[in-house]
Design a protein around this ligand. Structure first.
Ligand code: CAA
Length: 282
């Protein structure tokens, strides 16, 4: 199976990072978002990131200009009709993703593989919304995508070996390290990461220590590159809350209950870096 032209649906933080890594490895990429301002912002972010990588000698096989030339943008899903693979990276809302998968199924030719960058939603359910469930798979990239090595490959119950093998090979071609994960709430990454972040929020909520001190404990005491509260701000507190709810409901286990402070922060619109305020001010 040759995967050449790559579509990315959703030009937010994850979508623009995913589009960038494919473009910098020489793949023609079509980045689609219904919001033209979001597309402009994504192009500026990608250009900034490519220049940073080039300055540091981390773009050995191409130049920022060549990588950008591989990238086109569009506001309609119809532009994805020539793609061999579409990676969906829209907001973490199951109803939205399910509807988009149904539309992608209509818009793309029969051979096109459909991947989701979801951090927690069941791939088996997304696949079941299409007429090609064997060609649906999870490709869960980590933020910031251009810098992080891992991609979690999630097999829905229906994902075929041919789809899995093609996506595994492709992940290696774009310089990532794929791991194989069965469809299960939170997969592996968020089943482990999110309860740690949620516990850090409980620690703050109970007044055990300040946000800075909680982060310092994990950064200097456990050698994490950044503390859990700063990381939560980077991921987005709405996404963190959503993932905790998926774990809580998926396992029916109170150990995954989201901290009330996390819920309140989201209710207040303090969703982290992207809104200018989370556990820190930006
Ligand atoms: N492209 C290019 N360069 C980038 C970049 C990007 N997207 N993002 C950051 N950089 C650059 C910075 O501009 C900075 O450059 P300068 O040194 O020239 O200023 C450089 O990378 C280093 O960044 P920082 O100085 O800010 O800090 P750092 O050395 O700690 O590295 C980091 C940043 C890679 C993000 C590191 O802190 C880290 O690994 N943090 C943890 C990230 C993590 O856990 N990600 C997973 C989140 S979970 C997830 O994504 C999945 C989910 O489902 C929720």
């Amino acid at each position: 199976m040759t995967l050449r032209t790559i579509g990315v649906l959703g030009a937010g933080t994850m979508g623009n990072g995913i589009a960038q890594v494919f473009a910098q490895q020489g793949f023609p990429v079509i980045l689609v978002d219904k919001n033209s301002q979001q597309l402009q912002k994504a192009l500026a972010t990608i250009e900034f990131s490519l220049n940073k990588l080039a300055e540091k000698g981390k773009l050995p096989d191409t130049t920022p200009a060549e990588a950008l030339a591989n990238l086109t943008t569009a506001e309609s899903m119809a532009a994805l009709a020539g793609c061999d693979l579409v990676v969906e990276a829209v907001t973490e809302n199951e109803a939205v993703k399910t509807s988009l998968f149904q539309q992608l199924d209509q818009a793309c030719p029969e051979h096109t593989l459909l991947a989701s960058n979801t951090s927690a939603i069941s791939l088996t359910r997304l696949a079941a919304a299409t007429s090609r469930p064997d060609k649906v798979i999870g490709m869960h990239f980590m933020n910031p995508v251009p810098l992080m090595q891992l991609v979690e490959l999630i097999r829905g119950l229906q994902t075929s070996d041919a789809t899995f093998d093609a996506i595994h090979q492709l992940s290696e071609r774009i310089g990532k390290t794929p791991v194989t994960v069965r469809d299960c709430p939170g997969f592996v990454s968020n089943r482990i990461l999110m309860p740690m972040i949620n516990e850090a929020i409980f620690t703050l909520y109970e007044g055990v220590a300040s946000a800075e001190d909680i982060d310092t404990v994990m950064q200097l005491g456990m050698n994490h590159p950044m503390g859990p509260l700063k990381l939560a701000d980077m991921i987005g507190l709405d996404t963190c809350l959503f993932i905790m709810q998926v774990l809580y409901n998926g396992f029916n286990d109170p150990k995954y209950r989201p901290c009330p402070l996390l819920q309140q922060m989201v209710d207040a619109g303090y969703t982290g870096r992207k809104s200018g305020r989370g556990f820190y001010h930006y």
